[in-house]
Design a protein around this ligand. Structure first.
Ligand code: NAD
Length: 487
């Protein structure tokens, strides 16, 4: 077997970059470790400015032909990639779980089918994306969505292939070429995606994958003058850094960042449903950007809500994410575990009380935690933990609920539990968030806009919004025949 192939969960994975249709190795590597048991999975090529430049050059060279490829052909190739994802669904699910520790059953039943759907959805949307025409004093305005050029797509570790393809699919559909840089803690499925795209017949250079650290290969990618779009999902500090880097070339950016989203539980809510929604926030060990980590409960029902919540939380099984019966897996990395533990220790020292949890589990696990007696201006209420840690606060009325909900620097999502439709309309209108759910959570349609307000992001992706971002929108104004009067 090539020294550049590693076998993960029985699946061969290439550890090199994928540039211009070829596998390319770096001289240095970094070690990829499984969060499940700390075992070494692979030595992955560690990209530098050289590989970044080569990947952008490949994307630039491939762009004119890909942009000129008829939409129907682009759509056909995206469907062929979706077919490949479906064929290799089990392999992708196994590798992703081994690499990032999220539940195998979720990868099998929810995430990987969704990865295929990302490609099918944007392939179909592309065929519907027409042009817009209107008339101004006899002149026609003809609005078109033109391919923009090479895009750099940078993604985090918490939902690696899902988040990568949420960007790759619309960019390719738009006629752009792509350099994808996955996170260094979960680099493997991006490499499998490169194989699948090549097998599907995607021309060389249209999709490139470079591996490595943000500071080493990410920086030269985002600062590159030939890059026409940067789409980034990750943390606020990295977003600031990338924004500064993109500013030199005025490269348009889409930023999908962190959150500290609220779950508002009103006294008129179905409390069982509300408690279930709250417990759902422990999914993926709380490493979910959209997680509603601040539970705000109307005071008269706080005790009953807490009773139902703790009952449901006690039934959660923490363990090996490959087991069908497991509900919560490990945290991604010892550094993430340390970060989570630090947040909770400081909160407890500041006077918080752990209703459940409040400490590490074995190995790389953190015990699902609910903290109460927390101050609105405290770190634990204001900062994103990105672990299975929720806070509970009470409110007296709608005004206070909205004030607390909006009082962080984030604005990614919010969830409202209420039995009163008029209240739902009043409250949702006042919440600052890119997505608001009423009596539900995580229901997402690819047609809908997705993104965050304030420090949770810049711009929206999804449906038309994705094409607005990944395309150069152009208006062509044509005078009527024989028109002479410019006065
Ligand atoms: P991160 O910002 O540390 O890293 C994200 C990606 O950026 C990685 O690929 C990393 O290598 C790269 N990167 C780091 N420094 C870079 C640089 N200087 N130049 C270019 N690239 C660089 O974030 P993370 O810890 O991997 O992810 C967790 C964060 O992502 C959380 O804040 C979470 O809320 C957020 N997130 C947001 C969404 C969303 O859709 N809004 C979805 C998932 C995760």
């Amino acid at each position: 077997m090539s020294t550049h192939l590693t076998t993960v969960a029985g699946v061969p994975v290439d550890t090199r970059h994928f540039i211009g249709g070829e596998r390319v190795a770096s001289t240095e590597t970094f070690t990829d470790v499984s969060p499940i048991d700390g075992s070494v999975l692979a030595e992955i090529s560690r990209g530098t400015a050289m590989e970044a430049a080569a990947a952008v050059a490949a994307a630039k060279a491939a762009f004119p032909a890909w942009a000129a490829t008829p939409r129907a052909e682009r759509a056909r190739l995206l469907h062929a990639i979706a077919d490949g994802v479906e064929r290799r669904l089990e392999e992708l699910a196994l590798v992703e779980t081994t690499d990032n520790g999220a539940l195998l059953r979720s990868h099998r039943r929810g995430v990987m089918p969704r990865v295929a759907h990302n490609f099918r959805f944007f392939a179909n949307w592309l065929l519907e994306l027409g042009h817009e025409d209107f008339t101004t004093r006899g002149h026609t305005n003809h609005v078109t969505w033109d391919p923009a050029g090479p895009c750099v797509l940078i993604t985090p570790w918490n939902a690696p292939l899902m988040l990568a393809t949420w960007k790759v699919a619309p960019a390719l559909a738009a006629g752009d070429t792509v350099v994808l840089k996955p996170a260094e803690w979960s680099p493997l499925t991006a490499s499998l995606l490169a194989d699948i795209a090549a097998e599907a017949g995607l021309p060389a250079g249209v999709l490139n994958v470079v591996q490595g650290y943000g500071s080493e290969v990410g920086d030269p990618l985002t600062a590159h003058p030939d890059v026409r779009r940067i789409s980034f999902t990750g943390s606020v500090p990295t977003a600031r850094h990338i924004s500064a880097s993109a500013a030199a070339n005025l490269t348009p950016l889409s930023l999908e960042l962190g959150g500290k989203s609220p779950l508002l539980v009103f006294a008129d809510a179905d409390l069982d449903l509300a408690a279930g929604l709250a417990v759902e926030q422990y999914d993926n060990a709380g490493q979910v950007c959209l997680a509603a980590t601040r539970i705000l409960v109307e005071a008269p029902v706080a005790e009953e809500f807490t009773r139902r919540f703790t009952e449901k939380a006690a039934a959660l099984r923490q363990g090996d994410p490959r087991e069908e019966t497991t509900d919560i897996g490990p945290t991604i990395h010892p550094r993430q575990l340390e970060k989570i533990d630090g947040f909770v220790r400081r909160a407890l020292e500041a006077g918080a009380r752990a209703v459940i949890g409040g400490h590490r589990g074995e190995g790389q696990y953190y015990v699902p935690t609910l903290l109460t007696d927390v101050r609105q201006d405290s770190e634990i209420v204001q900062e994103e933990v990105f672990g299975p840690v929720l806070t509970l606060q009470t409110f007296e009325d709608e005004d206070e609920a909205v004030r607390l909900a909006n009082d962080t620097r984030f604005g990614l999502a919010a969830t409202v539990a209420t039995g009163d439709a008029e209240r739902a309309a009043r409250v949702t209108a006042r919440l600052v968030a890119g997505t608001v759910w009423v009596n539900c959570f995580f229901v997402r349609d690819l047609k809908a806009p997705f993104g965050g307000s304030r420090h949770s992001g810049v711009g929206r992706e999804g449906g038309t919004w994705s094409f607005d971002f990944y395309c150069d929108v152009k208006n062509t104004v044509t005078a009527p025949k024989g028109f002479k009067d410019h006065g």
